[in-house]
Write a protein that binds this ligand. Structure first.
Ligand SMILES: Cc1cc2nc3c(=O)[nH]c(=O)nc-3n(C[C@H](O)[C@H](O)[C@H](O)COP(=O)(O)O)c2cc1C
Length: 199
């Protein structure tokens, strides 16, 4: 890949919220997660933990996704135009038919500062977004499960793990993954007020 292709890739990636029902192979999901694990991490602790949900378990998650919508809908009602609000509501109710949901957790412990641990996992999540794109998959990172964090922990059985019981395992987001069935416009980027130069 040359330089131009790299920058084009970053620009072309976008969040996908409507998917074909076609399954995604386990090998491909492992490849996507493998790309995530190439990310840098504080003290190279590789403190990301992934839980992959497919099949009947994914169907079962829909009712949790619907519940997470309740925590978000009022903010979005004020921000989005009605057609986009309706589309987003449908997305939460169906996950856009995506066959795979990957939950990303951070294993936080006293060896590393809290924000460094969290940031490391999000670096992996961005790698996964890009890997999905180059593999012809669509992906949407979702903070919405945080609305019902404790319930998601139980749903995944994460609450039974010793590191969770020590208060070290924290849900950060979900990645909804599948083959794209729409081609949304680019969400515009703003530069104003984002960069301060000090010379
Ligand atoms: C940490 C994080 C949480 C997000 N949570 C949600 C979410 O809960 N639901 C959703 O539809 N999109 C979610 N998104 C996607 C953003 O809305 C999207 O990235 C943004 O609008 C820019 O669009 P783009 O990804 O197509 O460039 C999230 C993105 C990030 C990085």
């Amino acid at each position: 890949m040359n330089k131009e292709e790299f920058y084009k890739l970053l620009e072309a990636r976008r969040s996908i919220r409507k998917f074909k029902k076609d399954p995604v192979s386990k090998d491909l999901i492992e490849k996507i997660i493998g790309a995530g694990m190439q990310a840098p991490s504080g003290k190279n602790r590789q403190n990301w933990r992934f839980f992959v949900v497919t099949g009947a378990k994914r169907d079962e998650y829909l009712k949790y996704s619907q519940k997470s919508w309740l925590g978000i809908k009022d903010v979005l009602a004020a921000r989005l135009k009605p057609s986009l609000y309706d589309f987003t509501e449908r997305f939460f109710f169906t996950l856009g038919d995506a066959p795979v949901v990957i939950f990303a957790y951070s294993h936080n412990d006293a060896e590393e500062r809290y924000h460094t641990s969290i940031g490391s996992v999000y670096m992996a999540v961005e790698n996964m977004n890009l890997a999905c794109f180059v593999e012809g998959l669509g992906c949407c990172t979702m903070g919405a499960p945080l609305e019902i964090k404790a319930e998601v922990d139980q749903f995944l059985g994460v609450d039974k793990l010793p590191e969770y019981q020590r208060g070290e395992l924290e849900l950060l987001c979900a990645l909804v993954v599948g083959y794209p069935d729409h081609s949304p416009p680019k969400a515009m980027r703003q530069i104003e007020g984002r960069i301060t130069w000090l010379e």
